[in-house]
Design a binder for this molecule. Structure first.
Ligand code: HEC
Length: 325
C-alpha cells in the first residue's frame, strides 16, 4: 500500500477522529483506490428517484439534488455489508460517497455528496450521520455537518439507518442488477434471493431478515449477479439452525446465467448445516472456494439434499471474497 492510502485508511478507521476537510478531499480524489465502489457501471438516478425523490410530507420535488444524472456509489473499505442488509446499521467511521456524473456519462463528475458515520451522540436523530458535499473536482468541501436539507429526505430511511440503500436493495422501485464490488467482493443477501418451491421465502421483519420456512428440501434459492473481475473466491454462508434440526446436506452450485456460455461445469460446494441452537442465531461459515473463470452474469443455487429435522436452515446471506493471487 502507498503511504497516502495508509493515511487515508487511518483517517476513516473507527477509532480515529473524523477526516478534516483536507483528508476528506484527498479521500474523494483517491476514491478509486481508497474506497470500495459498489456500482460497476454508472447507475441512472432518475430510475431510482422517480418514486422517492421528494420531501417527506409535501409535493414531489422534480429538481432534487439527485435528478437527471448518473451516479457511482462508494463505501469505505470493509463497511459495505450493511448496504446489502435492510436492517443493518453502519459502524462508526463509515464513509458513503456518491459521485454524480453528467447524464450521458461523457464528462467529469459534477458533484459529490456523502455521509460520514460519526461518534455516538453526534446527531442521534439522524443516526449520527454527518452529511457533506464537494464540487466535481473535489477541490472544495462545499458543505458539511448536520445539514437539515439532506436530513429532510434521508429521515425517510430511518429503518435503514438513514441510508436509502436503493442501489443495493429493491424497494418501491427495482434495484439495479447485483454486481461485484471493486474490491472483488460479492454480497448475496436473502432479501435479493429468488426462491423456487412451496414454502421457502424471505421473511422481512428485523428479527428474521432471512430465508426461512425451508421445510421442503425440494425448495431452492438462487441469486444472479455480475462479475467483472473473474477469479477464485472464498464462499461464506451465514446460516442459523434450530436445536435438533442440524446436519442437512446442502449443495451450492455456480453456473453462468446464460446456458450457451458454458465453461466446463463447476463441481458444487457441499456443506452440512450446523445446529446453532436457534434458527435466527446466525453464524458465518466458510464452505470452500470456487473459481468463476469468466466475466459476466453468474447464478448460484442453494439446494438441500437432505433434511434430518423439521427444517433445513435459515439462510441470511452468501458472501464471496476474492482469494489473493
Ligand atoms: C429530495 C430528497 C433528497 C435530498 C434533499 C437528499 N437526498 Fe440523498 N438520496 C436521496 C435518494 C432518493 C437517494 C437514493 C437514490 C440516489 O442515490 O440518488 C439518496 C442517496 C444518497 C446517498 C447514497 C447512499 C444512499 O442513501 O443510498 C448519499 C451519500 C446521499 N444521498 C447524500 C445526500 C446529501 C449529502 C444530501 C444533502 C446535500 C442529500 N443526500 C439530500 C434523496 C435525497
Amino acid at each position: 500500500m502507498r503511504p497516502a492510502i495508509i493515511l487515508l485508511a487511518a483517517a476513516i478507521s473507527a477509532t480515529a477522529a473524523p477526516p478534516d476537510d483536507k483528508a476528506l478531499l484527498a479521500l474523494i480524489r483517491d476514491r478509486s483506490k481508497a474506497l470500495d465502489r459498489v456500482t460497476a457501471a454508472p447507475v441512472s438516478m432518475d430510475h431510482l428517484t422517480a418514486l422517492d425523490c421528494r420531501a417527506p410530507s409535501g409535493p414531489p420535488v422534480p429538481t432534487g439534488p439527485h435528478k437527471d444524472a448518473l451516479l457511482h456509489l462508494y463505501v469505505s473499505n470493509g463497511h459495505h455489508a450493511p448496504l446489502f442488509d435492510p436492517w443493518a446499521k453502519f459502524p462508526e467511521g463509515t464513509v458513503l460517497l456518491k459521485e454524480k456524473l453528467p447524464a450521458k456519462d461523457d464528462g467529469p463528475p459534477t458533484l459529490f455528496t456523502g455521509m460520514i458515520k460519526r461518534e455516538k451522540g453526534f446527531w442521534p436523530e439522524l443516526g449520527d450521520w454527518e452529511f457533506f458535499t464537494a464540487d466535481g473536482n473535489a477541490a472544495t468541501i462545499t458543505s458539511r455537518g448536520k445539514t437539515e436539507t439532506c436530513a429532510a429526505c434521508h429521515t425517510d430511511y430511518k429503518d435503514r439507518d438513514f441510508v436509502s440503500k436503493r442501489i443495493t436493495i429493491p424497494g418501491d422501485a427495482p434495484a439495479p442488477e447485483l454486481t461485484q464490488l471493486s474490491s472483488g467482493r460479492v454480497v448475496l443477501h436473502s432479501v435479493r434471493a429468488i426462491v423456487s418451491g412451496k414454502n421457502l421465502r424471505y421473511e422481512p421483519p428485523q428479527n428474521k431478515n432471512t430465508l426461512g420456512f425451508w421445510t421442503d428440501p425440494a425448495d431452492s434459492a438462487s441469486w444472479t449477479f455480475s462479475i467483472h473481475t473473474p477469479g477464485k473466491f472464498d464462499v461464506e454462508v451465514v446460516q442459523g439452525c434450530g436445536k435438533g434440526s442440524g446436519d442437512a446436506l446442502v449443495e451450492v452450485s455456480f453456473a453462468p446465467f446464460e446456458a450457451d456460455k458454458s465453461p466446463p461445469p463447476i463441481a458444487p460446494l457441499k456443506f452440512n448445516v450446523k445446529d446453532t441452537g436457534h434458527f435466527q442465531n446466525f453464524v458465518p461459515r466458510s464452505i470452500g472456494t470456487v473459481t468463476l473463470p469468466t466475466a459476466g452474469l453468474w447464478t448460484v443455487t442453494v439446494q438441500p439434499r437432505s433434511k434430518p429435522g423439521p427444517a433445513v436452515m435459515d439462510l441470511q446471506s452468501i458472501n464471496l471474497s476474492p482469494v489473493p493471487k
